[in-house]
Design a protein around this ligand. Structure first.
Ligand SMILES: Cc1cc2nc3c(=O)[nH]c(=O)nc-3n(C[C@H](O)[C@H](O)[C@H](O)COP(=O)(O)OP(=O)(O)OC[C@H]3O[C@@H](n4cnc5c(N)ncnc54)[C@H](O)[C@@H]3O)c2cc1C
Length: 401
């Protein structure tokens, strides 16, 4: 492990312990994004993890950078998620943005001085992005005029720039999609009422309305024809990042349960001495180890043909394991597990949120199912007995009589 990578992991762990965990309850009550905390993370290098050093980034491979969210997830999964989305946008800007865009934005994004987020989802198109309609028309001077509405925009009103997926024609399908960076101060951009999400209210989220917003062609991140494929690549990185954050969440849930259980007196001994409690917590510990191996393997596969499938495996398995872990650990504390001060109720809700964002568990199953169908095509045929399953009532050749 390089010294730089080790230092970033250590900073992230410390940031989770000393900045996020002690303050997250207050952040939620005040419903305010902790900009001073994300500024600190930026100053330490956490906002340009995969961006090249030439643009002020850390130049880490995805397989290393993603491990930072496991550490941040020890403090809060929604905070880890927001930073992961910023890092994906920054990576896209430095890798695919125009020279003019990079010169204007890259330094501020990699330092965290400016925040970015990704806007794909629309009110009528979540799991099914083919139903999106936010559109751009290209003007005679090559500027783009964008109109439409996005939904579930994280860092709404807080980010300085929104990497927005748009259609550029009325044709169905994705071949006309592009991604363009829309600055928050562009005339015609506005935000709806904030979604009320008590367990992560510090992360502002709302709809984003684009009313004839005019943007320079310098801001094109992915040109027409590449917007959808590029978004899928971004979502794969996000899926593995979410799985990494979930591992931090599971570790915190487990440690909370252990810290309580070793002191809770019952039946002449301690809660932790009961076999049943050890089995419950043992399952959480095994799921945590499996989850770490899975997300790290998926992170290594990103950028290879196996990447999308591995990301789907990680996103399908790990957030489910996190929901189970948070609920099991709550159960271990008995009634005390329900009190806000122990934080387990927040972890349960966060884990459930992480099952949904950036492609639900069910959508991961769809990706895995398609890969299995493809694999089946390449396998030798196992014959289905003649007549077996025919609705005609014809006797199958397996019938013994
Ligand atoms: C906290 C949070 C932050 C978010 N931040 C952003 C953001 O910054 N930018 C952004 O673009 N988006 C963001 N999203 C949106 C997120 O990606 C979508 O919520 C997600 O893709 C699901 O879409 P949906 O909510 O419209 O659910 P729907 O698509 O309406 O799905 C409803 C249900 O149907 C299920 N379903 C769908 N298809 C199938 C199928 N084929 N088989 C079986 N079941 C199916 C789903 O799994 C789900 O359970 C965020 C969401 C959350 C919760």
């Amino acid at each position: 492990m390089s010294e730089k990578f080790a230092g970033l992991l250590e900073f992230a762990r410390d940031h989770a312990r000393t900045v996020i965990a002690p303050n997250v309850q207050r952040w939620n009550e005040t419903k305010a994004w902790p900009r001073s905390a994300s500024d600190m993370a930026g100053a330490a290098g956490l906002m340009g993890l995969y961006a090249p050093e030439d643009w002020g980034g850390q130049g880490l491979p995805l397989s290393e950078g993603i491990q930072v969210y496991e550490q941040l997830g020890l403090g809060d999964g929604a905070y880890a998620f927001a930073l992961s989305m910023h890092n994906i946008c920054t990576f896209a800007a430095c890798g695919y943005g125009t020279q003019a865009f990079k010169e204007q934005w890259a330094g501020d994004l990699t330092s965290g001085g400016k925040l970015a987020n990704f806007a794909l989802t629309e009110p009528q198109s979540g799991s099914d992005p083919m139903k999106m309609f936010t559109g751009a028309t290209i003007n005679g001077d090559n500027t783009w005029t964008i109109s439409g509405a996005k939904a579930w925009v994280s860092l709404a009103g807080e980010a300085d720039v929104y990497f927005t997926v748009v259609k550029t024609s009325d044709a169905p399908g994705h071949k006309d999609m592009a991604m363009i960076a829309i600055p928050a101060d562009a005339p015609g951009i506005s935000f709806g009422p904030r979604y009320d999400t008590p367990s992560y209210n510090f992360l502002p989220m709302s709809e984003m309305y684009l009313n004839e917003v005019v943007v320079s062609e310098d801001n094109i991140i992915l040109p027409i024809g590449q917007g959808f494929q590029g978004s899928l690549m971004a979502i794969d990185i996000a899926r593995v990042s979410i799985a990494a954050g979930c591992c931090g969440l599971m570790q915190t849930a487990l440690d909370t349960a252990l810290s309580y259980s070793k002191n809770r007196k019952m039946f002449g001994g301690k809660n932790i001495e009961l076999d049943g409690i050890q089995w419950m917590l043992g399952e959480v510990a095994t799921d945590l180890e499996v989850s770490k191996l899975l997300y790290r393997k998926a992170a290594e596969a990103l950028g290879t043909p196996e990447g999308p499938l591995m990301a789907a495996h990680a996103k399908r398995f790990v957030p489910d394991a996190a929901v189970k872990a948070a609920n099991t650990c709550t159960q271990v504390l008995g009634g005390m597990g329900l009190l806000q001060s122990y934080g387990l109720d927040r972890l349960s809700r966060l884990a459930q949120m992480l099952r949904i964002v950036d492609g639900t568990t069910e959508i991961s199953r769809v990706v895995i199912g398609r890969a299995l169908q493809k694999r089946a095509e390449g396998l030798p045929d196992l014959p289905v007995p003649k007549g077996y399953g025919e609705p005609s009532g014809e006797r199958s050749s397996m019938t013994t009589e």
